[in-house]
Design a protein around this ligand. Sequence first.
Ligand code: PFF
Length: 486
Amino acid sequence: MTTEQQPRAQWLGRWGFVLAATGSAVGLGNIWKFPYMTGEHGGGAFVLVYLVCILAVGVPVMMTEIAFGRRGRGSPIDAVRRVVTESGRSSAWSLLGWMAMLCGFMILSFYVVVAGWSFSYLWKMLSGGLNGSGVDDMVAIFVANNENPFNLGFWSTLVTLATMLIVGKGVQAGIEKSVSWMMPGMVVMLLILIGYGVFSGGFGEAWRFLFSFNTGSLSSEGMLAALGHAFFTLSLASGAILTYGSYLPAGASIGRTTFSVAIADTLVALMAGLAIFPIIFANGMSPEGGPGLLFMSLPLAFQAMPLGTLFGILFFVMLSMAALTSSISMVEATVSWLVDNKGITRRTAAWGTGIVLWLVSTLAMLSFNLGADWTLAGRHFFDWLDYLTSRWMMPLGGLGMVLLAGFVLKSESFREELGLAPYWHALWLFMVRYVSPLGILVIFVDALGIARLEFGVHWPWLLAVLALITLVGELLSPRLRRTLAG
Ligand code: PFF
């Protein structure tokens, strides 16, 4: 059933969902990870593959998640349970909702540590704590920042507090209100930073680094990275988008809103590259991955430039806001589940979740100092959280959702909820049945280390397998034919 006992909160404004979901999607992944991945894996060729992954896997999964949320009008656990029981299927499928909720919580447990770096660097910029003359000084500052658990813990605690403060205020007064000024603010800051980059002298080089079509450096590893990143950057299978979808008003088009979010997310990622790399290149530095780019090279580059401190402050304000609008989306699933099922107020739910989050994230934070030697199978707790969520839980959750929607549940539910024209619906169905699952399986094959797929060689094979699975699938199930018939 789509009805429930108490009216559920809904986004107030027309743009409420798009802003909040874009806020969730645009985060550290866009600003920190994407620009570097692009440069590393072949520039324009990588961007193209990434767009294909967003379209073939990201968009269909996102549409499915939003449809689950709006039809089930609840947290991932409740929404999935309601939608599957509506189709007369076992409520055990709600395990998918549990996994999504846990996944969002686990991501947040390490995300607040990285967001804490951003906050602490903002403070360093403001207070002049980043004065150093070379790369070595910057490395020393970064190491010192991590080495002291009280310092690092202070910043991640601050992020946790800010997150819970916003979420505790509610969907409209907390989340919607904060994203409605943070998201436009972020874009304006990004544009100013791009403008600054244009005058820095490194813009041409940055443009070539990001967009020159260099197919030679596009490896199968790059393609896998693009596929995995599509999940992370669109906040999929982590309960965030599904829960935000549960507040979507009935009349809104799921297809259109999904495209808006995916396009905005991709644009911001590309803009971030055009803001960061000109500054790096103008100072004769080489782009590097990981924390080095944002927390060592960039502060050093800002120092060497006119008005650098001012623009450095702007950069870290923008990064902190991007992180915060993502953080709030990761706990919303848990908080809404507690409110709906445990009879407690939103404020209590938020602070209760915050305490548990604080404990787990403190463990993650200790991976950088006291717990530097605590490893399991070569990974710190921090790395385990990242590995389990991005390599396993997100793809597995996404796979479960699309298979449920594609093969298991009544087609009427999704036809009604998505409200697409027949040919668009058929395309969506083809994607969730065959293309997205195949894409996700490729991630698993790689994660399991069964085989290192070489796409360059296996392209025709992959297409042949897709055609074969489609054929068999359609012979076994008449749904797609019915869909095509309208
Ligand atoms: N999409 C965010 C980013 O690119 O930084 C990360 C994220 C947010 C992942 C929310 C999962 C989530 F539920």
